[in-house]
Design a protein around this ligand. Structure first.
Ligand code: SER
Length: 604
């Protein structure tokens, strides 16, 4: 089965169970400041898990692009990735445990579906603790499906609880499904979570709680189901090989074999390097290819792309690819990834130029870094043949010099590095930046607070006003909204002048004084576009979307409104009338990346 067939089979199965199929959202969360990337399918759906009505209904299914970097050190084994696709089915206050479990089982073992051998499957359920009880219902449902008791593990929150994605938000106990990846004859009778040959393939989360800022849990108004079935892992099972030998990776690995002259599987180190390069380059391509203004940089999402690409370059150097003098070696890998995903993610091909330029720029920068870093390396203090952890960390911090690389160069010179000292220093730094970002990302749309909602509506007004003042070429490139302020990125090649800023503020504040209404409607995407609604079009032709309109007046029907201030495709939430927004003020206007400007604004 090909990856496209598998994805389609999954969607067809859930279509037959009356689910509406929705598109993958961007990897860069729209309006959700609590995380850097979409790490799971639930992310873009948070408002609906909390009770907002989804235009496509209460049963949804999709395949969502995800980026997860918390497992980055595991990449190199057979099953971990930083970029992956998660197939998911969703109940928004509709079906619950019984149907979710029965359908997962039917899809996995059904003759017309994946036809997996049930003897090679095992599951786990939540064991219960002081926050929530043992999930006896799921346990009994699995028994009823015919799963033997020794294959149903009861595990704590660490294993069987999912969410929230940020610090607060919807979450709940989950039940996970594992597949025996060893030879069938060696499958043990019972399930043991420590045995790595049991690979987790599917997670069914029963989202019925909300985690509050003080760490306590409250019951949600509706009971939801959020599931995630890993596309790469299931494809590997069906193809009877490891993830990197499936068609989602093999062309890429082949290209790397040609570039390096090395063979996948020849030895552990080479295989690991090939996997890391393939994974990281693919992730970088997908992030830049989403065209939301994320390019390699020293902060936030851009820093993640930089790290991924640089790690890939270091590994490439290790297996003999010429990374010192050639800055275009990744271009074949880029076309390769684009070809693999061309039918599903056409945005990659549309942005091929941008992706190539950004990756080549970064490759060149890293070449300079390496050169300067080497010079610095020779100036490092050496005590008894040892380079201190703080010194190695500074090299990493200031020159992007990875520890593995420093260790290698040290070895060449007969020196060693205090690795424990480096790790300690790194941890100190991570704790610091975590605290900083926790403060920075306080509030946010993920918790739908009143303040954030008001600023979200103000962000719509800002886009509309910018288009009126600067021209129709302005499109949104991303936003980040907390309870305190909004940050808004948009395409524009010049600095916005103080006069233009004053005009934008005036236009928004006059509209606020007019107490315009905000209303929404759910209409097909093509109709929304035809009526000039702006917004990010993640949805496909024919899908229904929610369109928010800010305009006058509250006595008339929306179709008869004679003044429209803003009209945008958006999941919400928004205020109902802008009269109480307060005074809109732009605090700062600056460059964000090339051709993209950034505005920070507040409501006073
Ligand atoms: N959100 C859950 C996960 O990522 C299920 O989709 O595993």
């Amino acid at each position: 089965m090909t990856a496209n067939e598998l994805r389609q089979k999954y969607l067809d199965f859930f279509k037959s169970k009356e689910h509406a199929i929705i598109s993958s959202a961007s990897l860069i969360p729209e309006n959700d400041p609590s995380v850097l990337f979409t790490t799971a399918g639930m992310h873009p759906l948070v408002p609906y898990l909390l009770g907002a009505k989804h235009p496509a209904g209460a049963r949804l299914a999709n395949a969502q692009k995800c980026i997860r970097t918390d497992d980055i050190d595991e990449v190199g084994d057979a099953t971990h990735h930083t970029f992956f696709e998660m197939m998911g089915n969703w109940s928004l206050g509709d079906y619950f445990k019984q149907d979710a479990i029965a359908w997962s089982w039917e899809f996995l073992i059904g003759k017309d579906w994946l036809n997996l051998d049930p003897k090679l499957l095992a599951v786990s359920v939540f064991a219960g603790d002081e926050d929530a009880p043992f999930d006896e219902e799921s346990y009994n449902l699995w028994l009823a499906m015919g799963v033997p008791a020794e294959r149903i593990a009861k595990l704590p929150k660490k294993n069987n609880w999912w969410g929230p994605a940020g610090q607060t938000g919807p979450c709940g106990p989950d039940t996970e499904i594992f597949y025996w990846s060893g030879t069938p004859e060696t499958v043990p009778a019972g399930f043991n979570d420590d045995n790595e040959l049991w690979v987790e393939i599917w997670n069914n989360v029963f989202m019925q709680y909300f985690k509050n800022a003080d760490g306590s849990f409250s019951l949600l108004e509706q009971k939801n189901v959020d599931t995630g079935l890993g596309l790469e892992r299931v494809l590997a099972i069906l193809s009877k090989c490891d993830n990197y030998q499936t068609e989602l990776f093999s062309p890429l690995i082949k290209e790397l074999e040609i570039l390096s002259g090395k063979t996948y599987g020849s030895d552990v180190q080479t295989t690991q390097s090939l996997r890391i390069i393939a994974d990281h380059v693919k992730a970088g391509i997908f992030i830049i290819g989403d065209q939301r203004g994320v390019t390699p940089s020293n902060v936030g999402q851009g820093y993640v792309v930089r790290r991924l690409l640089r790690r890939a370059i270091v590994q490439a150097g290790k297996i003999g690819i010429d990374v010192k003098f050639n800055h275009t070696w990744m271009s074949k890998l880029i076309s390769n990834v684009i070809q693999t995903y061309i039918d599903i993610y056409p945005e990659l091909e549309e942005n091929q130029n941008l992706i190539t330029i950004e990756i080549e720029k970064e490759t060149m920068k890293f070449q300079n870094t390496l050169e300067n870093g080497l010079k610095e390396f020779d100036k490092l203090k050496v005590e008894q043949g040892r380079i201190g952890g703080v010194e190695a960390f500074n090299l990493y911090q200031s020159y992007g010099f990875p520890l593995e690389l420093s260790a290698e160069i040290a070895e060449e010179r007969g020196l060693e590095i205090d690795r424990a000292g480096f790790t300690e220093e790194l941890k100190k730094h991570q704790d610091l930046s975590r605290t900083a970002s926790a403060g920075k990302f306080k509030g946010g749309l993920a918790d739908s607070s009143v303040e954030t909602t008001r600023l979200h509506t103000a962000a719509h007004m800002l886009l509309a006003a910018l288009r009126k003042v600067l021209g129709d070429h302005i499109t949104q490139k991303g936003s980040n909204i907390t309870a305190e302020r909004l940050r808004f990125d948009f395409t524009h090649s010049a600095k916005v002048t103080p006069e233009e800023i004053a005009q934008v503020e005036k236009m928004i504040n006059e509209a606020i004084e007019k107490c315009l209404d905000v209303a929404y409607e759910e209409i097909p995407l093509d109709e929304a576009k035809a009526t000039n609604a702006h917004g990010v079009f993640d949805s496909k032709y024919g899908e229904s979307v929610r369109v928010y309109t800010i305009g006058v007046d509250n006595k008339k029907k929306q179709s008869e409104w004679d003044e429209i201030f803003s009209r945008e495709i958006c999941g919400g939430p928004h205020v109902e009338n802008i009269g109480k927004l307060g005074k809109f003020r732009i605090q700062k206007e600056e460059a964000s990346s090339s051709g993209v400007r950034r505005i920070k604004a507040v409501l006073e």
